[in-house]
Design a protein around this ligand. Structure first.
Ligand code: SF4
Length: 82
């Protein structure tokens, strides 16, 4: 996908049985090749994996500026400090 794969959109490289057409191919995106799956990510079934993925997408979705809490400030960490 030349412009990247938006969240929630099925990758064009997925086969009908949910395998990657580019597995082992140098054209496979680095983000895909570098992903190390863990049990909590995959669960015991496709359904469990999709629930985990949907939750992750929700937690990492960009927050519109209007919804950000203007009262919250993030202080930079100081070396050795709090
Ligand atoms: S590993 Fe990457 S390229 Fe392959 S199907 Fe999944 S998202 Fe698409």
């Amino acid at each position: 996908m030349p412009d990247g794969k938006p969240a929630g959109v099925r990758c064009v490289q997925l086969t009908g049985d949910n395998r990657c057409r580019l597995f082992g191919d140098p054209r496979r995106p680095a983000v895909c090749a570098g992903l190390m799956p863990v049990r909590e990510m995959c669960g015991e079934s496709r359904e469990e994996a999709m629930i985990w993925l949907a939750r992750l997408e929700g937690l990492t979705a960009p927050v519109p500026a209007a919804k950000k809490n203007p009262g919250v400030r993030i202080r930079p960490r100081t070396p050795g400090g709090r």
